[in-house]
Design a protein around this ligand. Structure first.
Ligand code: NAI
Ligand code: MG
Length: 353
């Protein structure tokens, strides 16, 4: 690999509230591992979000989107403020980025790390380490449906779940490749006994893709999967599922592995026809913004997913291990406490090599 192929332009979209606080820490961590692992990161600042919207009226101007298309990855904090009506930024920025950049996989890893209390008592770290691969562009979130006779007794509202063979296949293919790199477990979660049309498509396509990849496809109905995730999470390695089930299961996964502060995510374009977006699962947390109490772990772990996606797997592992190590030693209460502890661990790792 040449030196130049290991130079990355990353857009930093800090957003609002604690978004800038946590992504600042993540950025520092990325710079530290870039230096020690020998690659170059050029950051491009992207001031979108509630503050930008309230001062300019712009959510995602065309010029900003064009700039974003050119970068190698996007690190996002969180957007949102009580002063912006719900939906404006979600639809205008987050969902629009998913559509424009074809971010068809939502990646949500859940790992119980030493020192972390998850929602289930008595689990050992190691008994809970799975990844949810959620289809991110279709299903019930595709926007198909409508309302007729609104406001009358006969008002009717429909939401249709759109599932295309191509859309299902590319998502399952990503999940199968991920499973092959992990422990080889691939579970399809759906509700095929009731949702017989979409379920049949998902089942056939997942079966074909798994067979091609040499994997045995496991299957669980979504309701049973909720029970297993709590009772016996060790049975899961990679879960692949549709947009709605994935949305719900991912939050269960976050609760099981220590909550919003530590949960990372990636919105991926696995075909690499454009950048992918990495962001902690939490929002802008206006209730604690500015107090110095934001936990940056979810942002740092999101940066780790980003480095892995860029092919910098050692640097990604450095960040992941650093977060585990800080959590294992008793997580700091403050953002600066986290920053200091992460820096100390990362520098010690460099020294040890
Ligand atoms: P939230 O995730 O911002 O906060 C929920 C609760 O968790 C709050 O009590 C907060 O203090 C706490 N919390 C969240 N992250 C934390 C962290 N890193 N460290 C310590 N505590 C943390 O969700 P909420 O309150 O529903 O939404 C606040 C704003 O964020 C809204 O405007 C919402 O639309 C937006 N939002 C944006 C998202 C995004 O940008 N992808 C995702 C979720 C919400
Ligand atoms: Mg959600």
């Amino acid at each position: 690999m040449t030196t130049s192929s290991r130079a990355y332009t990353i857009a930093h979209l800090p957003g609002d509230g604690i978004g800038p606080e946590v992504t600042e820490v993540a950025r520092d961590c990325v710079d530290t591992v870039a230096l020690s692992r020998g690659f170059v990161v050029e950051w491009q600042s992207c001031p979108l979000g509630a503050r930008h919207y309230l001062t300019t009226g712009e959510v995602l101007p065309g010029a900003a989107l064009d700039e974003l298309r050119k970068v190698d990855a996007i690190l996002l904090g969180a957007v949102g403020s009580p002063d912006v009506p719900p939906g404006v930024l979600e639809r205008g920025l987050l969902l629009r980025l998913r559509a424009e950049l074809d971010l068809y996989v939502n990646l949500r890893p859940s790992k119980l790390r030493p020192g972390v209390t998850g929602a289930v008592a008595g689990l050992d770290p190691g008994q809970l380490d799975f990844v949810i691969v959620r289809e991110n562009t279709e299903g019930l979130y595709a926007g198909a449906g409508g309302t007729v006779h609104r406001g009358t007794a006969f008002e009717s509202a429909t939401e249709e779940s759109l599932n295309t063979r191509a859309g299902v296949e590319r998502c399952v293919r990503y999940a199968a490749e991920l499973a092959a790199r992990r422990r080889g477990g691939l579970t399809l979660v759906h509700k095929t006994n009731v949702l017989t049309h979409a379920g049949d498509l998902w089942r056939r396509v997942a079966g074909e893709v798994a067979a091609e990849a040499g994997l045995t496809l496991e299957y669980a109905h979504v309701d049973a999967a909720c029970l297993y995730l709590v009772d016996d999470p060790g049975r899961f390695d990679v879960i692949v599922t549709d947009n709605l089930f994935g949305d719900i299961l991912s939050d269960l996964g976050a609760a099981l592995s220590g909550g919003l502060g530590v949960a990372p995510s990636g919105n991926l374009n696995p075909d690499r026809t454009g950048p992918s977006v990495f962001e902690p699962v939490h929002g802008s947390a206006p209730d604690i913004a500015g107090t110095g109490r934001a936990n940056p772990a979810g942002a740092v772990l999101s940066a780790s997913l980003m480095l892995d996606h860029l092919g910098e797997s050692q640097a990604a592992a450095d960040l992941d291990a650093a977060v585990s190590s800080v959590l294992g030693a008793g997580a700091p209460d403050t953002t600066t406490g986290w920053e200091d502890a992460l820096r100390a661990v990362l520098n010690a790792r460099v020294g040890a090599r």
